[in-house]
Design a protein around this ligand. Structure first.
Ligand SMILES: [Zn+2]
Length: 66
């Protein structure tokens, strides 16, 4: 398996997810648009919802939005 994939073009949006159960944060690149599992405690996270929240937060702060 290739591990050096940092130059790979990712067409899906990266989204920062935060687990509501254990507080773990990680970058998720969208294998599923809807749900992701926390790598730490395996809680199911609603990706869609977090993306919306992330978008709102970015636009409020005036951080660059794609
Ligand atoms: Zn967790």
């Amino acid at each position: 398996m290739e591990r050096n994939i940092k130059d790979t073009n990712i067409t899906t949006d990266m989204v920062k997810l935060k687990c509501k159960r254990c507080g773990y944060e990680w970058e998720y690149n969208g294998a599923s648009e809807w749900y992701a599992s926390c790598p730490k405690c395996r809680t199911t996270i609603n990706v869609r919802k977090q993306k919306e929240e992330d978008k709102v937060r970015k636009s409020q702060k005036g951080v660059r939005v794609r």
